[in-house]
Design a protein around this ligand. Structure first.
Ligand SMILES: Nc1ncnc2c1ncn2[C@@H]1O[C@H](COP(=O)(O)OP(=O)(O)O)[C@@H](O)[C@H]1O
Ligand SMILES: [Mg+2]
Length: 416
């Protein structure tokens, strides 16, 4: 591994292929950037990755992967100068850097203004509430007294979140008393994830978690995949069922329309995931999504990039989310998001004790020729997302069993 350099060297500029194809720059070299490479290769589109290190998941498969820090203005600027459009593997590029790129005339998708609502959960709550989108009851808190007052009013326990920088449940805490948040409260006002205060939410007694994934292009075309059910274990997405089994078709339309409206109002470009909770209606009159005591929803959070809840689409839809993201950020006509099978189940592979994944392939492939295995080229650490398996079929229970088995076998929790 070479030493990280903060400025991409000229030699790491993407080589342009003949045929007038564009270069799509992706800031961040995680698995999402890596999974864009498959469809990029098929379409002849060149990717270039601003990678954390030369062993980042995407840097291992994309020849043009200059190493640079996404918080270093000059590194990001130099990177963007060699790309036709810039998009993201994560949401952590600071607003002032995004602004500088836009001032330089770079096509940034999603834009600085849109990304703000995926970067800051407090800003997201304020904006969605302004749009009349159903949200959990929430507040901003900067003191223990405010935490206590909120918990007393909505009922304990409550959910506290760092507005910035959280992922996979890191930055989410279920608390029964204000003193459990002493550490976070002490950091309010300091630069960092809780600078502007904590986000407090009622603990939603949800029926299940849903996600609506859509893509929207700069010219305003949008396409929605079917609504899926996501299963979280310890805050990490472990399984996705596509489409969400038994979902009321009216609710499916309502949540899809909500996601499309959010995308339009916020001018999101690229893939947008809207994480939601399906709830029993609580009857607040006039609140969108509550319908006469029948199942309804509240929005949990937004992600403006391809998302774990859309990995199923790589093998289970006419157009997968990574191809769709490329089409969207290039303002090409969008592909067909319809499913190609009655059910597709995605099981995430979380790192276990096994460091060597490849030996498991012989067993998995022999046992189940239809299982589609995806690995991310990341080192195995307990609980880390290192891959996923998709299985499509006409029987949901069987698809779940097959996907789950392959994922468990890969992570080494079963050996039969
Ligand atoms: N208000 C809430 N009520 C109940 N569960 C919640 C609430 N907020 C989050 N959760 C649970 O925590 C998980 C992670 O929270 P989320 O805000 O999506 O954080 P992350 O950015 O880590 O994905 C959710 O998928 C859900 O399972
Ligand atoms: Mg989430």
């Amino acid at each position: 591994m070479s030493e990280p350099t903060s400025h991409p060297s000229p030699s790491s500029r993407p080589q342009r292929a003949p045929g007038g194809f564009p270069v799509v720059g992706v800031v961040g070299g995680g698995q999402l950037a890596r999974m864009m490479q498959g469809p990029a290769v098929e379409l002849g589109i060149q990717l270039s990755i601003l990678a954390e290190s030369d062993s980042a998941a995407a840097a291992l498969v994309v020849p043009s992967s200059p190493v640079g820090d996404h918080t270093d203005l000059e590194a990001v600027r130099a990177f963007a100068a060699s790309c036709d459009v810039v998009t993201f593997d994560h949401e952590h590029v600071p607003q002032d850097i995004l602004q500088a790129l836009e001032d330089d005339g770079v096509a940034v998708h999603p834009s600085r203004a849109a990304l703000h609502f995926a970067q800051d959960k407090l800003a997201m709550r304020e904006r969605l509430e302004g749009l009349g989108i159903a949200c959990p009851r929430w507040t901003r808190a900067t003191t223990a007294a405010e935490v206590t007052a909120f918990g007393d009013s909505v009922g304990w326990p409550i959910v506290a979140k760092t507005p910035r920088g959280g992922y996979d449940g890191k930055g989410v805490s279920i608390v029964s008393a204000a003193d459990e948040l002493a550490d976070w409260l002490a950091r309010v006002g300091e630069p960092g994830p809780v600078e502007g205060g904590l986000l407090l939410e009622e603990k939603v007694d949800f029926v299940r978690e849903l996600a609506v994934l859509i893509a929207r292009s700069p010219s305003g075309q949008a396409a929605a995949w079917p609504v899926v059910e996501t299963v979280q274990t310890d805050g990490i997405c472990t399984e996705v069922l596509a489409p969400a089994p038994g979902l009321d078709p009216d609710l499916a339309s309502v949540v899809t329309e909500a996601a499309l409206r959010i995308a339009g109002e916020l001018a999101v470009t690229g893939v947008l995931a809207v994480e939601m909770f399906e709830v029993r209606a609580r009857g607040a009159e006039g609140t969108e999504g509550t319908r006469g005591g029948r199942a309804a929803y509240v929005v949990n959070e937004l992600a403006m990039r391809p998302h774990n809840s859309g990995h199923w689409s790589m093998d289970g839809a006419v157009t997968g989310q990574f191809e769709q993201h490329l089409r969207a950020v290039l303002d090409l006509p969008l592909g067909d998001p319809r499913p190609t099978a009655p059910w597709t189940v995605m099981a995430n592979v979380l790192g276990g004790d096994y460091e060597h994944l490849y030996p498991a392939y012989r067993h998995i492939m022999a046992r189940d020729p239809g299982a589609k295995v995806h690995v991310y080229g990341k080192g195995v650490r307990p609980g880390r997302k290192i891959g996923h398996v998709n299985v499509s079929g006409s029987d949901l229970a069987e698809a779940r069993e097959r996907a789950g088995h392959a994922a468990d076998y890969l992570r080494g929790v079963i050996t039969e």
